[in-house]
Design a protein around this ligand. Structure first.
Ligand code: ATP
Ligand code: MG
Length: 430
């Protein structure tokens, strides 16, 4: 179960080695574990380096100058070295709920399950071997000791890596019930590694889908964000749809929407090129159809501008109980949506004002995306904006005046439209 020669010390990030070395020099175990070992073994770049130790969180904190205890569900220590942060977690064991320590009042203190068997807290420390068995997938339970250059494998994870199989440790039903988010993790790893999901897991999906919505909305938001913003969003979205979990997480988002597909692909490409991505944009895409449908309903009772605001609020209010989206992200999406109509209409005297909007860039990207994903009638407006941004002020001026007769129709028409919308039409901020 100890394997030499599969992984070398020099493959490890030097700051991560500082952490494991410091732990070992202090007489503790200090091993790398999880995604970093897995990814290095399949020739991918690890996203981060997780450290496992037999030192308690307090002992870890006292050992490092820049260390902070975090977490409640899992108490771990964040250790900073230079600009990097490492998660150091103490070996834990997984035991039946009734095996956990009990405080004076009879409450289990360190491991807490809810009535459905979902694990709410898990802070019962254990041995290295016990720690391996409480992890989710066998390929995530491989440890690397940088001083001996040995990979430690209690769960046949190396074999599964070789077979390219994602296998849960233990009984899939039990492991997925105690933490349904493992299903989303499975999808993320499947998307990233192109591994096969062990068949017994697939069988559990319909049952787990029901449990998934019971999970804290903040955790689901984190997991969904990771799924779509880790560079394999398109593949993850396809898998989510294949397992029909897209409706669990986004009840009103269709599976076969080119808009989402393209946006995920663009996001993956940007990440691969080392560019930044904005979660707000992706949520604008994911919830766009829902927003459009709600807008149609709202338009039966409200003026366009009000209908848009009502629909946007409602879209996020409906989504909030599933994945609690932070305000700055929902606001980003709402602002992006709100500019869409005006980007298409292009009232000449609104052009400068539109361009000075904080979310102009995002609204422009969104328009371009819509034009290429099933709304070809928007292509002309999208091209116009692309062109406009590249021109000098003189040509821009010409472009604006060329818009006027086409976009505003006859004066008569224009007057009528303005009166009707009472300042609340698509050119709301006029
Ligand atoms: P990546 O960092 O590339 O997203 P990872 O496997 O390192 O993948 P982390 O979320 O960083 O994922 O978790 C580190 C390790 O902790 C995992 O590899 C796994 O061993 C364990 N782990 C994380 N989440 C769970 C969970 N929900 N249930 C059981 N073990 C988990
Ligand atoms: Mg990790």
């Amino acid at each position: 179960m100890k394997h030499s020669g599969v992984l070398k010390r020099h493959q490890i990030d030097s700051a991560a080695l500082d952490v494991t070395d410091a732990l070992q020099e202090a007489g503790y175990q200090g091993l790398l574990v999880g995604g970093c070992v897995r990814d290095l073994l399949v020739g991918q770049n690890p996203k981060d380096f997780d450290v496992a130790t037999d030192a308690t969180p307090e002992q870890v904190r006292d050992l490092f100058r820049r260390a902070r205890l975090i977490g409640r569900r899992f108490r771990i220590v964040h250790v900073r070295v230079g600009r990097e942060v490492f998660e150091v977690s103490t070996f834990r064991r997984s035991a039946p709920a009734d095996d956990a320590p009990v405080d004076e009042s009879g409450e289990q203190v360190d491991r807490v399950h809810d009535a459905a068997g979902i694990l709410l807290r898990d802070n019962v420390f254990g041995t290295l071997e016990e720690d391996a068995f409480r992890r989710d997938f066998t390929v995530n339970a491989l440890y690397f000791d940088p001083s001996t250059e040995e990979v430690i494998d209690f769960v046949d994870g190396l074999q599964d890596l070789e077979d390219r199989t994602l296998r849960l440790i233990g009984e899939p039903k039990v492991r997925l019930t105690e933490d349904p988010v493992r299903l989303l993790r499975a999808i993320r790893f499947q998307a990233k590694l192109h591994f096969e999901l062990e068949r017994t897991i697939a069988r559990e999906i319909p049952d787990v889908a029901g449990l998934l919505v019971e999970m804290p909305a903040a955790r689901l938001f984190d997991e969904v964000s990771k799924m779509f913003l880790s560079g394999y969003g398109q593949a993850a979205w396809h898998l989510l749809c294949e397992y029909e979990l897209n409706y669990t997480l986004f009840p009103c988002t269709p599976a076969d929407d080119e808009l989402i597909d393209l946006a995920m692909r663009n996001t993956d490409t940007r990440l691969a090129d080392g560019k930044g991505v904005t979660p707000g944009f992706l949520f604008a895409v994911l919830l766009w159809r829902d927003y459009q449908a709600l807008m149609q309903q709202a338009l039966t009772q409200h003026k366009p501008f009000e209908a848009a605001a009502i629909a946007a609020d409602l879209t996020f209010r409906n989504q909030q109980p599933i994945t609690s989206i932070p305000k700055r992200i929902s606001q980003f999406a709402k602002d992006t949506w709100a500019l869409q109509d005006r980007m298409v209409t292009r009232a000449p005297r609104m052009i400068a004002r539109l361009m000075s909007q904080q979310r102009f860039r995002s609204a422009y990207d969104f328009l371009v995306l819509r034009a290429s994903a099933g709304e070809p009638e928007l292509q002309e407006a999208a091209d116009w904006w692309t062109n406009y941004q590249e021109q000098n002020p003189e040509i821009q001026e010409k472009m604006r005046s060329a818009l006027a007769p086409v976009q505003n129709g006859t004066p008569k028409k224009r007057r009528r439209r303005r009166r009707k919308s009472a300042g609340a039409g698509s050119s709301s901020s006029e």
